[in-house]
Design a protein. Structure first.
Length: 281
């Protein structure tokens, strides 16, 4: 790993993912409330035998990130060729289903406070180590000695909105449901290792409503400390899995496309269904 230099070009490469963990990879293995982890799926992704489906929702978030990097239409067309119209009067423009990303971006540009928090150095790469596991991070807006800011899109910024988590019965804010507290806890720790400074962490959030709004959400330090403890507890097993010392476990969760695609037909008794129903009650 000493000879491998992490760059913008190779950050998302298979080699980089094998050498370094990331917030998204940690969640692939360990999960977050809204998206259960699957060790088998995570290892299949690392080994290049499974590629996660890229949904329109994910693409909208990626386009929003890219617009904040460079809002030149040619740059966006080069980054997202399948999302840009190639014919007719809309040639060179984002297709209708992705226009919301542009609307969200343009809305946030009208907000001085949002622009202030997004004014830092963009896509800053750092590496570090947590509990013996090498990590890489890429910060959307790094304001040196002041703040770590991550740009997020979400369904709505309605203060009353909560995601229901079927497995636990909890109703959680979107930022904890999707493990963004875990992500920023990792960012804060790796920045601390590189600079000696423990910076405040914020989400620059914009929603996907018909009339988008943006808000800046600060994650309190107590939340980040608790999230970092969870990260540390999940690191040892990732080391063993990535090194091949132990075999990954299939999650067999109904929402896991990998487990469904590789499912083998079984003979199941009614008793097993009844037992699972009792355990999940």
């Amino acid at each position: 790993m000493n000879d491998f230099v992490l760059t913008e070009e190779n950050y998302y490469s298979q080699e980089a993912d094998k050498l370094f963990c990331s917030a998204s990879q940690w969640k692939d293995f360990n999960g977050c409330p809204a998206v259960p982890g699957c060790e088998a799926r995570a290892m299949a992704k690392l080994n290049g035998v499974y590629e996660q489906e890229i949904t329109n929702s994910l693409l909208i978030g990626s386009i929003l990130d890219a617009l904040w990097e460079n809002d030149d239409p040619e740059y966006i067309a080069e980054r997202f060729p399948d999302c840009v119209s190639t014919r007719g009067p809309t040639k060179g423009q984002l297709k209708s289903e992705f226009q919301i990303a542009l609307q969200m971006y343009q809305r946030t540009l009208k907000e001085p406070k949002f622009c202030q928090y997004m004014s830092g150095e963009k896509q800053v790469i750092m590496t570090g180590n947590i509990e013996g596991l090498p990590f890489k991070i890429k910060i959307d807006s790094y304001i040196a000695s002041k703040a770590i800011v991550d740009l997020k899109s979400t369904r709505t910024l309605d203060r009353d909105y909560r995601l229901f988590i079927p497995d636990s019965g909890e109703k959680l804010p979107w930022y904890t449901a999707y493990g963004y507290d875990i992500q920023l806890a990792i960012y804060q720790e790796i920045v601390r290792q590189n600079t000696g400074e423990s910076l405040r962490c914020f989400l620059a959030a914009v929603d996907k409503e018909k009339h988008p709004i943006g808000d800046i959400i600060e994650l309190l330090q107590k939340m980040l400390d608790e999230a970092l403890d969870r990260v540390k507890r999940g690191c040892k097993k990732i080391i063993l899995l990535k090194s091949g010392e132990i075999e990954p476990i299939r999650c067999e969760h109904s929402s896991c496309d990998y487990c469904r695609d590789t499912h083998e037909c079984q003979v199941i008794s009614t008793e097993e269904f009844e037992t699972h129903e009792i355990q999940g009650a």
